[in-house]
Design a protein around this ligand. Structure first.
Ligand code: APR
Length: 246
């Protein structure tokens, strides 16, 4: 039986959908109601910072009322119980992975409960507070430079070196709840595959990158993720044989 040593799990908005947070590109998604160029680009922020701050203030309020679901819990359990390394790389800016207990975690697109001061570069935990042009940076005492610590379109995601190192060393790559439309995350499957990893998509429907995966299981995250984690743990603890594509 195969036991994996280095598992990298990429997650997207579909993982948090059943916790009550909208995805981006589904028919009632966030980008169906907002123009991403207005609210999720540096240009949009410079043109109308109040509009951008209010957009994230609204989303931060929504995040305050949601809980991790069975898929978040299953990934935290995998990290805690799997006899190999498990790294979660999330595109999500919500705190649900941490709330479920995941620790080896990278928020490659930032975190909605943090603010970044454009004046001094310091980051601050802001929990559910609103950001306005009057908000003062606790480090440099400047007002009006605090933006959401979120990676906008056209900006470099966080921790890319650590992510590519992990992809280069992983032997199992899971992609969960993401449409595979936004790079560099959409390219991770091929990075992992070229490192020899087995690659699996767990998603409600086939993603844009479906043909890049060895295996795919389609269904709701709260159903397919706990079931897949159970199989991994059983195989790792020698309870069942677990196939691997060469
Ligand atoms: N269970 C599993 N998958 C789901 C569920 C569910 N309950 N609901 C939706 N999905 C799937 C959809 O089928 C879709 O493929 O989740 C995916 C969500 O795709 P997007 O809305 O495009 O979100 P994501 O892939 O995370 O977006 C990537 O784009 O807008 C930017 O920075 C933002 O991080 C985000 C990035």
């Amino acid at each position: 039986m195969t036991r994996y040593n280095h598992i990298v799990v990429l997650t997207g908005a579909g993982l948090s959908a059943e916790s009550g947070l909208h995805t981006f590109r589904d028919k009632d998604g966030i980008w169906a109601r907002y123009d991403y160029r207005e609210v999720a680009t540096p240009e949009g922020y410079h043109r109308n910072p109040v509009q951008v701050l209010n957009f994230y203030n609204e989303r931060r309020k929504q995040n305050a009322h949601v809980k991790p679901n069975a898929a978040h819990d299953a990934l935290a359990r995998l990290e805690a119980e799997y006899p190999g390394q498990v790294l979660v790389v999330t595109q999500n800016i919500d705190p649900l992975h941490e709330m479920a207990g995941s620790k080896n975690l990278i928020h490659m697109h930032g975190e909605i409960q943090k603010a970044l001061c454009v004046a001094c570069g310091r980051r601050h935990a802001i929990a559910h507070s609103d950001l306005t042009l009057e908000t003062v940076c606790p480090a440099c005492n400047e007002a009006g430079y605090m933006r959401p610590d979120v990676v906008w379109f056209g900006e470099m995601p966080y921790d890319m070196e650590r992510i590519y190192d992990a992809l280069g060393a992983c032997d199992l790559f899971l992609s969960i709840g993401t449409s595979g439309t936004v790079y560099p995350a959409a390219g991770f499957v091929l990075e992992a595959r070229s490192a020899g990893a087995h690659t699996v998509e767990l998603n409600l429907e086939p993603s844009e990158g479906i043909s890049d995966f060895h295996e795919a299981i389609h269904g709701r995250a709260t159903e397919v993720v706990p079931a897949y984690v159970e199989r991994l743990l059983s195989a790792a603890h020698g309870q069942v044989s677990f196939g691997r594509w060469a």
